[in-house]
Ligand binder design. Structure first.
Ligand SMILES: [Ca+2]
Ligand SMILES: [Ca+2]
Ligand SMILES: [Ca+2]
Length: 828
């Protein structure tokens, strides 16, 4: 089969070479001010560099060629291989120019008094990019400023390029060369000609650039693993109008249309549930009107259902159709055939969802545990990490990842001083190894809820807190969920014991440490910094290396409330396993609640810019007091506190749905009546929120893809269904599961690594330098690249907004997956 397919691809390629010479493409301006032709979109700064994350590889001039965003960051840059935190231009405005189809962007580097326009104009076979400076380059930027365009490495691995007529191979891994001078900068891998052709052999990714000055090709991975291939030309001293002129000719295959994406739940379906696959279609694709469900048997495949596909409208750039095979209930293995392609198989089985949450619980979350060694048979995921936690972060500092501190430390420790007691428990938030306090609290609470509401009785992991050792695939007789809850609670409680309040979090002090890829245990030396020791000196558990993480200690009410809820929940979950910790956690939760129940004003957690949204602070209060209410089995004091918050719940019910519902058994009929009245309005609100997208779940269009939002939606909607089955059905929860496990835009991979037949096997986790994954982690999923391109790159792990696992969204997934399991039990 492999051989035949290669033959077909090659034959197609030859045809396309011939056709390409004969036909030029004409780009036209869209209403959103992109340039469009069938098979090519040129995005002209509809996406901006981020004020928080800076260079996200989603800005400037970009190209989507044959369905893939192969080029980004077309802009004036101040170095050949800028890193994420390097200077980025400030977007000014985008207008239509005077030439036909011309789009003009004004941009600047205000700190250098550099102002310019980038003009993008359609021309024969492609488009022209020109940069006009308002004034010649300031002297300090001569030899530094140039025009860069970044190309996606994975689109060019194994392919070639021509710099003028000089051939080259795109390197598979970073291979230099680096400057031997002090800069140590990456040198070009090819340079000197005024024309470059990328992948002349591949009609789907071939791009030719001709410039008015010599071009250079860089491999930015020489500087950072997440770098792209960069084509660059320099801006000459004194140049203004047409300081840079490029003619960009992307090969566009005439008549190309994108192959349909048949998306479905990669874990399969339980027999009694709704089963609807969605087919994502290029509007120019002339597809058949029917799809077929095939069954796989020991003697091959046979068709079991052929049915018309039902149009579901257009959403962003694609059209959608549904293929409903709910009538097929017989357990077995099936696949969907449409327009000549057949999907990978999936089961219809009563136990289809019995284990979909297991790797999240017994692999991903253990791998993220901080302050322990994590071993999985022969593999050591990390050595006991961050034993040197933590030093007091200084005042008036702005770090990365949103961490900042003003004048108030709210801490008894002096800047730089070691804070004893914090090197215990907790979860490394995401691909970046920090402890984010509110997210840690959420993991604890969601695991408690999953255990209480649906059961997650599972023991595959050995956890020895005293030995600071975790071993995956080594059952120890204690439920893994309880061990994870305890581990999270230990960090939350540690913060409370040290400071009397929650802190913002604990993170690396320097960018060099923050960009660490690999074993968390080698991110610091594990020895407490001692300024009296020399830089290379070790004395017992101390060293002269100031690499210990910093604690950001500012006191925010929202964080106190978050850990109060987490600790109150943990205290009831751990009552039998660890009575002492359970009692301590409850006492802390009570004290924190009493101190913050009347808090007003700042609702920020210290990393976001939440600021002064009283609704968010109320949501944090409801979340906290409900855990105390449940743990105390309906203490009248907490009933009264919650009753006072009822108007806030009614004002923002969608933000507090879960806690408001969990309180029901402990509140009176009047409370229940008011909650029911809010629940009655949810369906209409939710349907409006979903806004007619074909997936039946809310889809985030913001800067971070939204699988976490879908998980929370899935569990909220099931809790509503359980409380008010006459108002809300179970279908929302099942559609949320379908979305997370494959039925979403862009492709049909399950977003939970290792779960389902085909899943996301490249994540932005601790092992992303190896293009690896961590089983059970859920990636954010599909981001909408403005104006209309839903993207989830399958083979490039370094876009955090599509690929970064986080502990809180993965815990949310566990809760939602269990809710979906419960929903299917209604119609097995
Ligand atoms: Ca983080
Ligand atoms: Ca266990
Ligand atoms: Ca250290």
């Amino acid at each position: 089969m492999r051989k035949g397919m290669a033959g077909r691809l090659l034959a197609g390629a030859c045809l396309q070479f011939t056709a390409m010479a004969a036909q030029a493409q004409t780009l036209t301006v869209s209403p959103a001010q992109t340039l469009e032709a069938q098979g090519l979109s040129v995005i002209v700064e509809q996406n901006h560099f981020s004020p928080i994350f800076f260079d996200e590889k989603n800005a400037g001039v970009q190209m989507i060629l044959h369905g893939e965003r192969i080029a980004t960051d077309g802009e004036v840059r101040l170095s050949p291989t800028p890193e994420q935190w390097a200077p980025v231009p400030t977007f000014g405005a985008r207008t239509l120019g005077t030439a036909p189809g011309e789009i003009v962007v004004t941009s600047s580097y205000p700190e250098h008094n550099l102002k310019y326009r980038v003009k993008v104009t359609p021309e024969d076979g492609g488009f022209r990019i020109a940069v006009d400076l308002d004034a010649p380059l300031p002297p300090q930027l001569v030899g530094k400023a140039g025009f860069n365009l970044d190309f996606l490495p994975t689109a060019y691995f194994g392919k070639t390029f021509l710099m003028g007529s000089t051939p080259g191979l795109f390197p598979r891994n970073a291979a230099g060369p680096m400057a031997k001078d002090q800069s140590g900068d990456p040198l070009p891998i090819a340079s000197g000609a005024q024309t470059i052709t990328l992948s002349p052999e591949d009609p789907t990714t071939r791009v030719t650039i001709t410039a008015n000055a010599p071009l250079a090709l860089y491999d930015a991975r020489n500087r950072a693993q997440n770098g792209w291939f960069v084509v660059r030309s320099m801006i000459e001293a004194g140049a203004t109008t047409d300081a840079v002129v490029w003619h960009v000719k992307p090969n566009v295959i005439p008549g190309w249309t994108r192959a349909p994406v048949i998306s479905f739940n990669q874990a399969g379906y339980t027999p009694g549930r709704e089963k609807v696959a969605l087919i994502e279609l290029d509007p120019a694709f002339n597809g058949p009107a029917e799809a077929t469900l095939v069954r796989l048997t020991e003697s091959g495949t046979r068709d079991v259902l052929t049915a018309p596909i039902q149009p579901r409208g257009k959403w962003l750039r694609y059209a959608y159709a549904a293929f409903d095979f709910s009538t097929v209930r017989e357990p077995g293995l099936y696949a969907i055939r449409y327009a000549g392609q057949t999907t990978n198989p999936f089961p219809i089985a009563a136990d289809a969802y019995a284990r979909i949450w297991q790797p999240s619980l017994d692999t991903f979350l253990p791998v993220q545990m901080d302050h322990v060694t994590v071993r999985e048979q022969y593999r050591v995921w990390q050595r006991d990490s961050h034993r040197d936690d933590a030093r007091q972060a200084p005042p008036n500092v702005t770090l990365f990842d949103g961490y900042r501190m003003g004048t108030a430390l709210d801490s008894p420790f002096k800047a730089g001083e070691h804070i004893p007691g914090l090197a215990v428990g907790g979860f490394q938030d995401a691909g970046d190894y920090d402890i984010q306090t509110p997210q840690n609290a959420q993991v604890v609470r969601d695991l408690v809820w999953a255990q209480e509401l649906y059961g997650i009785d599972w023991d595959e992991t050995h956890v020895d807190e005293a030995a600071r050792l975790v071993e995956i695939r080594k059952p120890d007789g204690t439920a893994d969920a309880l061990q994870l809850i305890r581990h999270g609670a230990r960090q939350l409680l540690a913060q409370y014991k040290v400071f009397g309040h929650a802190i913002v979090g604990i993170i690396d002090p320097t960018l060099q440490q923050y960009t660490h890829l690999g074993d968390a245990g080698s991110q610091t030396d594990g020895r407490i910094y001692d300024a009296a020791l020399g830089a290379n000196t070790i004395a017992g558990d101390r060293s002269g290396v100031p690499d210990d993480r910093w604690a950001f200690t500012t006191h925010f009410p929202a964080n106190d409330l978050a850990i109060a809820g987490g600790l109150a929940a943990a205290s009831r979950a751990l009552a039998a396993l660890d009575p002492a910790l359970s009692a301590e956690a409850l006492a802390a939760a009570k004290a924190l609640w009493e101190s913050q129940k009347n808090a007003s004003g700042n609702s920020s957690d210290g990393r976001d810019d939440g600021g002064y949204d009283p609704g968010l602070l109320d949501a944090a209060k409801v979340s906290a007091v409900v855990e105390l209410l449940i743990t105390s089995k309906g203490d009248p004091a907490y009933q009264a506190d919650l009753r006072k918050l009822l108007p806030a719940i009614e004002a923002r019910f969608e933000r507090m749905t879960g806690p408001a519902l969990r309180a029901l058994p402990w509140m009176d009929a009047a409370y229940a009546k008011r909650i029911r009245a809010k629940a009655a309005g949810v369906k209409a609100k939710v349907d409006a929120w979903i806004g007619g997208n074909p997936f039946g779940v809310p889809i985030s269009t913001g800067g971070w893809a939204g699988s976490g939002l879908v998980a929370a939606f899935g569990s909220d909607m099931y809790m509503l269904h359980k409380a008010f089955p006459d108002l809300i059905g179970p279908e929302y929860t099942l559609r949320a599961l379908d979305y997370m496990l494959g039925r979403h835009p862009a492709n049909n991979l399950s977003f939970v690594s290792g779960v389902g037949g085909r899943s996301k096997l490249m994540g932005y986790g601790h092992n992303r330098a190896d293009y690896g994954f961590i089983a059970g982690g859920m990636v954010p999923g599909v981001r909408v690249i403005q104006p209309d391109y839903p993207e989830h790159m399958t083979d490039w792990p370094f876009l955090w907004f599509e690929n970064e696992y986080t502990v809180s969204t993965t815990a949310s997934y566990i809760l939602a997956a269990r809710a979906a399991g419960a929903a299917t039990a209604e119609k097995p």
